[in-house]
Design a protein around this ligand. Structure first.
Ligand SMILES: [Zn+2]
Length: 62
């Protein structure tokens, strides 16, 4: 599987907040939180999303 960033998908799925990571968002300097995609083709995928989502849409692969 090629790693690909989860971007637009997370706009239409429900994500659950997990725990804060030690990583800081490079865009707005907020903490990133660990999330899991609940629905859609990427369900079950763990990723890091900005705490300010959806204001800040930075995501990265966990
Ligand atoms: Zn951010």
């Amino acid at each position: 599987m090629s790693p690909r960033l989860i971007d637009l998908d997370i706009l239409s799925v429900v994500v659950c907040y997990r725990q804060y990571s030690t990583t800081v968002c490079p865009k707005c300097s907020s903490k990133l939180v660990e999330r899991i995609v609940k629905k859609g083709p990427n369900a079950g995928t763990k990723f890091l999303g900005c705490k300010n989502f959806p204001k800040c849409r930075f995501t990265r692969n966990a």
